[in-house]
Design a protein around this ligand. Structure first.
Ligand code: G6P
Length: 366
């Protein structure tokens, strides 16, 4: 087993450090002449070019990758992306028809609720596109079309490299849809360029692991954590909180930062630290106001930002940072940081992050 972990203490750590090469594998052959090349979905092109709405179902971490896709695609096109957790979707009135494309995102391709959602959609004539990591999985067999993550097997229960590659593959799909709808512009060309640089920039993020560990260890004894973010930072906040609770058993919750005033801020104080996702992007000024409001409640504040953001150091207790990069791609760059933060806390508390209590790698029963 030690050999399979390639010298890493846990699979989770190994899989986080594999992210740059996994992303390279996900991208491989899928960008040609500065455009996205996805022959697997050729038959869906007309629907993707014309449908006003795209439906997406997933569970757990995959549902946060899906939410990130919603922000990404709605920002670049006129498509409305309707994301729902599979356990809700499957019991709702199926008010869609054969002109609908349902994207089902599942690392394992075996999650029961996601499979039932697919069956429901197919019974109404919808076309199903699977995004999965497992060749020959039930999801792949039952879907009309499949895009594979190519991330290699993920052993640790907590999803890490599958999340990062889901984001990359969903963004590629998003760019393809933008192109099919004739909404391609200069920003998209730039994004293609940035996507190609991702493996190298992710490596740079991972080279900061020691610093992430130092910061994480300062927070291991807190009982609660609140993650906040806006825009694309919000799904990242949700995933950060999920990772922390899954493997360290610390209670963690996540909110869109603008919602703080509608309740959650009542919880904050010296015993309830805040983890803010605040890259120096178009929403930074709004995030800064929220962070100041948190500090006024005497909370400890960890801020995950980008290197071009100087002034956050005035308010943060601890700063974690990633290279200044494409605003739209911060969710990818920030993923290893939230994952490592949770990992180092779980390990320091003596928990096995590969096998968290009460959790399964894939939930195949309802
Ligand atoms: C379980 C796993 C999670 C995963 C979720 C969805 O809860 O512990 O890590 O995100 O299932 O799994 P899927 O294979 O459908 O992506």
């Amino acid at each position: 087993e030690t050999a399979q972990k390639s010298g890493y203490k846990h699979y989770m750590l190994k899989e986080i450090f594999e992210e740059p090469s996994c992303v390279a594998a996900t991208l491989s052959g899928r960008i040609k002449s500065a455009k996205v090349h996805l022959p697997e979905i050729e038959e869906l092109q007309d629907l993707l070019a014309s449908s006003k709405t795209l439906k997406v179902v997933a569970c757990g971490t995959s549902s946060y990758a899906a939410l990130s896709f919603k922000y990404f695609l709605e920002n670049l096109s006129d498509v409305c992306v309707d994301v729902e957790v599979s356990s809700e979707f499957r019991y709702k009135r199926p008010n869609f028809d054969e002109n609908t494309v349902l994207v089902a995102v599942s690392q394992s391709g075996e999650t029961a609720d996601t499979l039932e959602s697919v069956r429901l959609a197919k019974s109404k004539g919808a076309k199903v596109l699977a995004i999965t990591n497992v060749v020959g999985s039930t999801l792949m067999r039952e879907s009309d079309h499949t895009l594979l993550l190519n991330a290699g097997p993920e052993i640790s229960v907590a999803a890490t490299k599958s999340y990062v590659t889901q984001l990359v593959l969903l963004y590629l799909l998003g760019l393809k849809i933008v192109e099919l709808r004739d909404q391609w512009n200069e920003r998209c060309t730039k994004l293609i360029d940035s996507l190609l640089r991702l493996p190298e920039v992710l490596d740079a993020t991972l080279s900061r692991a020691e610093h992430i560990k130092e910061v994480a260890l300062k927070y291991k004894d807190f009982q609660h954590f609140m993650y906040i973010g806006r825009g694309l930072g919000y799904p990242t906040a949700l995933e950060g909180a999920l990772k922390l609770k899954e493997i360290s058993y610390i209670h963690a919750t996540a909110y869109p930062a603008g919602e703080l005033k509608h309740g959650p801020i009542a919880l904050l104080g010296p015993e309830f630290p805040v983890f803010a996702i605040a890259p120096f992007d178009a929403l930074y000024a709004k995030m800064k106001n929220n962070m100041i409001e948190c500090k006024a409640r005497k909370t400890k504040l960890v801020v995950l930002t980008s290197d071009d953001c100087e002034d956050v150091r005035e308010i943060a207790d601890d700063v974690l940072s990633v290279n200044s990069f494409s605003e739209q791609l911060y969710p990818v760059l920030m993923a290893p940081v939230i994952q490592l933060f949770a990992y180092y806390i779980a390990d320091a508390l003596g928990h096995d992050p590969d096998k968290p209590k009460n959790l399964a790698k894939s939930v195949t029963v309802e």
